[in-house]
Design a protein around this ligand. Sequence first.
Ligand code: R5P
Length: 292
Amino acid sequence: MIIIPGPASLELGSKVAELSGAKAMPIEYKFFPDGESYIRFTGDVKGANVVLIQTIGPPQDTHLVQALLMADAAKDLGARRIMLVAPYFAYTRQDRRFLEGEAVSLQTATRLLKAVGVKELITINSHSPNLLEKTGIKVRNLSAIGLLAGYFKAQGFSGALSLAPGKRAAIMAVEAERILKGGCDFLKTKRDLVTGKAVVEVGKLDVKDRDAIIFDDIISTGNTMAEAVRIVKELGAKRVYAACVHPLLIGGAGEKILKNGAEKIVGTDTVPSPIGAISVAPLIADALRRRL
Ligand code: R5P
């Protein structure tokens, strides 16, 4: 197995290679003056099982093209099998046609990967695991919620309430609860199909004087999490923490969440960010080990 960390995941890719005891092959990459991406492998991949590690976070389009170039090059150069590890896989929120005439972006992204020879995909807390599985690429959707909940447990938060913003995210609260053992619940959210902005609705939540941790897969603009934090605080929670797997943190997302009353925001390193305290490298290395 040869691990090739892509330009978007150089640090994470090296950590995974080190933990898996596998050979990491560096690549050369650059941008031409007009912005086009360039990729060159520095070693031989002929006959090898190649694992490309490239998160597809912002700038998503560039990172997707780099992943395509790497996979296609590996295919051309005779790799036996190509796996892509994309800890964050963009476009999963546009996994169907919500409004007439829309492009189904996730379908396009996965069709492209399949066309350049990607046979397997490992990702983490995908927003749309079901659709990914229908693409014909073998998909493993890992969960980093255990790592996040474990972090809070180690910080003395056993018994804290695990919450999620939205019914779809409730599974994350259930998973965290198995570790924190303080009960779980979810807030109701509605999303505007044009602006994409979520409206968090107040439901019945028994949070009074409790420590609560809100788990979500993605923090992008931070609107969803900031609203959830505000409501949980208003309902009388003692301390509220925000935890997410993919801290995209667009604009002032982090500040917004803290301003609304969160004590702290904790994320993983699926995408580079200032709050990625928890590394998913052991999770990925373990998944690669189990596959061999
Ligand atoms: C939505 O369904 C996701 O789970 C996240 O809640 C959402 O992507 C967060 O987006 P934003 O931070 O822009 O509100």
